[in-house]
Design a protein around this ligand. Sequence first.
Ligand code: FES
Length: 130
Amino acid sequence: MAKTGQSRRRFLVALAFLATGLLSLTRFLKPAAKSKKTLLAVAEKDIPSNGALVYKEARVAIIRESGKISAVSLVCTHLGCTVSATTDELVCPCHGSSFDWKGIVIKGPADRPLPQYKVEERDGRIVVLL
Ligand code: FES
């Protein structure tokens, strides 16, 4: 009888170790939740209507076009120069690529659009998310 009790105890201890190991493995294999990091936050009133608010250091333009606000990367998809904003488009000074306000290529040599950032409105501020 004592042998059965000891065997049961060993089984339960082994089961506890196995459960702990599986729990640890599950935590390790489960992808971490994507956190939304804030790149920029600006007052909505500071964004010109039908224009762009440019942040050179962050290489981001926050654009309001037809009442809709978006954010686009200013890193040229050709060779990585910083794109400038004009009154109606985004132009790369290095080799002359141009993009519309949505970052779509108008003229090459760039052949890919400028990446867009997600934006959220929070209490009158526009937050650009990574
Ligand atoms: S780096 Fe922008 S056009 Fe070449």
